[in-house]
Design a protein around this ligand. Structure first.
Ligand SMILES: *Cc1c(COP(=O)(O)O)cnc(C)c1O
Length: 394
């Protein structure tokens, strides 16, 4: 093959991608990134302009907390910057170790294990615990990382309609799998509703299945002192495999899995997204110890968040668009068509308010929405301005 043939082939590949990208554009599905110039908070700077943002998962307003910035600096002074190795070689620092102990205590489970991200935690857990002879039972609205995890594990992958316990029971009853795992978002990331954990646990007991809870949006927010969904429902069971992320309410980065000691030790031995990756900088673990302390002690953050949710829900009841029935920080306003959701998001931006339009495949077709996320960092006036703008634009 000469050079010109190679060039032609190359440009054909590029043309194919360009055509696919153009198609995304026509379907209103092309995504763009805004460039954030300030720290993550309620007031942000984008393109030199100031906005009030309802876009982050920083539910407690900790992402730019001065105490955490100081803890990161202290952690850097003590541990340096890079972990330099994976956990099983020599990357597991005393800061990681202390954080794992603190997290297990906080969620009241025997042992916890840190992962670099929630995505990696989900991938690691499902593929370490299950294989070809096993089965995963998943809510249809679960986070994409849980679906990817199930596919990677090679277990049979059975999805049930959102919150449909009856359908789940039928699937469990019919299964001949060696090992069964029910997986669910604890707080659904695009709808904000809370999974019926006690009922799910009851089914898992009846059909001898594990229950994996992804509490990315509940940890720090739900339960006593923000201990998460297990505390919210007062649940304790050796069948539960609990996962939560540390880049949302905890304001930093990373994730952890907690559960029975045998489960956690199996992850240490088998979870590939734990083993074959560099440990996160120990300075982050050091800062997370401080973050846990703030989460537990500063109840006013959860109170402020709850108050903001009430102001929003009471304010836009007379709107032609429907807020979904959510009591959590995730308050989706369902619009329907992709272009309409994007247009509304843009008109809010013209008024200095950033609210993201969420489109398929992140949400089902025809249910494009504004995902309003509330934070303790918002003042009641911030929420009031969003309510006024939405009522005016409807
Ligand atoms: C954000 C999120 C994750 C992924 O966590 P990261 O730490 O951001 O990788 C997993 N599950 C759910 C439900 C999430 O919302």
């Amino acid at each position: 093959m000469n050079n010109s043939t190679l060039n032609t082939q190359h440009s054909t590949l590029q043309q194919a991608l360009a055509t696919e990208l153009a198609e995304l554009e026509t379907r209103g599905l092309r995504r763009t990134r805004r460039v954030l110039e300030s720290p993550q908070s309620a007031q942000v700077t984008v393109d030199g302009r100031e906005f009030t943002a309802f876009c982050s998962n920083d539910y407690l307003g900790l992402a730019s907390h001065p105490g955490l910035v100081a803890a990161v600096q202290e952690g850097a002074a003590r541990y340096g910057v890079g972990a330099g190795a994976s956990h099983l070689i020599l990357g597991h620092s005393v800061a990681h170790h202390a954080l794992e102990t603190a997290l297990a205590g906080f969620v009241e489970l025997p042992r916890a294990l840190l992962f670099s991200t929630g995505y990696m935690a989900n991938i690691g857990v499902v593929s370490a615990l299950l294989g070809r002879s096993d089965a995963v039972f998943a809510d249809k609205l679960n986070h994409a990382s849980l679906n990817d995890a199930a596919l990677l594990s090679r277990a049979a992958f059975r999805r049930y309609p959102h919150l449909d316990l009856h359908a789940l029971e039928k699937l469990l009853a019919a299964s001949r799998a060696r090992r069964k795992l029910v997986v669910t978002d604890a707080v659904f990331s695009m709808d904000g509703d809370i999974a019926p954990v006690p009922e799910l646990l009851f089914l898992c007991e009846r059909y001898d299945a594990w229950l994996m809870l992804d509490d990315a949006h509940g940890f720090g927010v739900l339960g006593r002192e923000g201990r998460g969904v297990l505390s919210h429902f007062s649940i304790r069971s050796p069948r539960v495999i609990y996962m939560a992320t540390l880049g949302k309410a905890a304001g930093v980065s990373g994730a952890f899995v907690a559960g029975a000691a045998e489960v956690i030790e199996t992850l240490v031995q088998r979870a590939r997204s734990y083993i074959y990756t560099t440990a996160t900088p120990p300075l982050l673990a050091h800062a997370l110890l401080k973050s846990l302390e703030l989460m537990a002690c500063e109840q006013w953050r959860r109170d402020q968040l709850e108050n903001n949710i009430i102001v929003l829900k009471q304010g836009i009841t007379k709107n032609r668009w429907n807020l979904m029935p959510s009591d959590t920080a995730i308050q989706p306003l369902v619009i329907g068509a992709n272009a309409d959701a994007v247009a509304l998001s843009e008109r809010l931006a013209q008024r200095g308010l950033l609210v993201p339009a969420i489109r398929p495949p992140t949400v089902p077709r025809g249910s494009a929405r504004l995902r309003i996320s509330m934070s303790a960092a918002h003042s009641a006036e911030d929420v009031g301005r969003l309510v006024a703008a939405l009522n005016e634009l409807q």
